[in-house]
Design a protein around this ligand. Structure first.
Ligand code: MG
Length: 324
């Protein structure tokens, strides 16, 4: 059986470890922005991770938190917002009033990304904007790790959850990009819905052990994720039982034994969010398939220094022969 091309795009090998641009290239450019995605594509990191939430008028938009994020959203007066309304309660047009081009350096979140460019006039993109970008012939190497965000307020609302998945799938189908994306989530119930509504598409299972702290300034996934207490070494089996193609553990949760088990089960292992050099080297030593990072160039350099590729030979050739 031929594997789905999006699965193959994330598969590593003896001398290949894939590089996935987390929210584009968050360490260098505004997260979840078209300019960040374009940068990652041009920087040889054509595997893109990003987050999708539905606006009040049913538009899938690319943003991480369920509430507008005060450290990265500026109101039309140019100031960072001080209250955080819900994305799901704002229309697409209302969301366009905010500028997401910079990060408040006085916030704990902003201090995590001191090298991020500070831009003006950057807006929350729609899923459709990114799908159109990767549908362009120049971006034929791009594949998507499309994270569907699960709102805890709608955790029991089956109709809303089905509508969310159906809306995302409709946009993939309309733009002809179903073979370019993985459906990725912490909410395994949503992934089951994906498998029911799009059995032809691969699913990618995010996990984080409850013992590890959430990253500063970000929505926690723990409310909508299975409880993995005491199950650290069994998670790959659980993912395989649920029909997952990828297992995506948090960087501190990865062990030699659970990676080995995942490989035995035929899962692709893509680890997030790997930014520190020591963590990058540990992931290389573990021979995982893919490294999800805010700093694609930093990971490429570590891989290159060790003689490891991140694109297939054909992909490297395609990059080298693209017209200037
Ligand atoms: Mg994400």
């Amino acid at each position: 059986m031929t594997q789905h091309p999006a699965v193959e795009a994330f598969r590593g090998g003896p001398d290949v470890i894939r590089v996935v641009g987390h929210r584009g290239a968050r360490g260098l450019l505004p997260e979840n922005s078209i300019i960040g995605f374009e940068f990652a594509l041009k920087a040889g990191a054509p595997l893109l991770e990003f987050d999708v939430i539905l606006s009040a008028d049913g538009v899938p938009v690319i943003t991480h938190n369920h509430r507008l994020h005060a450290p990265t959203f500026r109101a039309p007066d140019g100031r960072y917002i001080t209250t955080e309304p819900k994305v799901a309660e704002m229309t697409w047009a209302e969301l366009q009033r905010y500028d997401i081009g910079s990060t408040d350096g006085t916030s704990a979140y902003g201090q995590r990304f001191p090298e991020q460019a500070q831009l003006d006039g950057i807006r929350v993109p729609r899923l459709r904007d990114l799908l159109r970008l990767i549908a362009q012939p120049d971006n034929s190497q791009a594949y998507l790790m499309l994270e569907i965000k699960s709102d805890p307020d709608f955790a029991k609302d089956q109709a809303y959850r089905a509508h969310l998945v159906e809306t995302v799938l409709a946009e993939l189908r309309e733009t002809g990009t179903t073979r370019r994306a993985l459906l990725h989530s912490f909410d395994w119930g949503l992934l089951a819905e994906c498998r029911r509504l799009a059995p032809e598409m691969p699913t990618s299972f995010l996990t984080q052990l409850p013992s590890n702290a959430d990253d500063v300034g970000e929505d926690s996934a723990k409310a909508i994720s299975p409880d993995f207490t005491g199950k650290a070494e069994q998670i790959p089996e659980m993912v395989a039982q649920h029909g997952g193609a990828l297992w995506c553990p948090y960087v501190d949760d990865v062990t030699p034994s659970n990676v080995a088990l995942a490989k035995e089960l035929g899962l692709i292992v893509a680890v997030w969010t790997v930014n520190d050099i020591a963590d990058i080297d540990r992931m290389i030593a573990l021979q995982i398939d893919a490294i999800v990072t805010d700093y694609p160039g930093r990971v490429q350099r570590r891989l290159a220094d060790q003689g490891i590729r991140w694109l297939g030979f054909d992909d490297h050739m395609a990059v080298a022969t693209q017209p200037a």
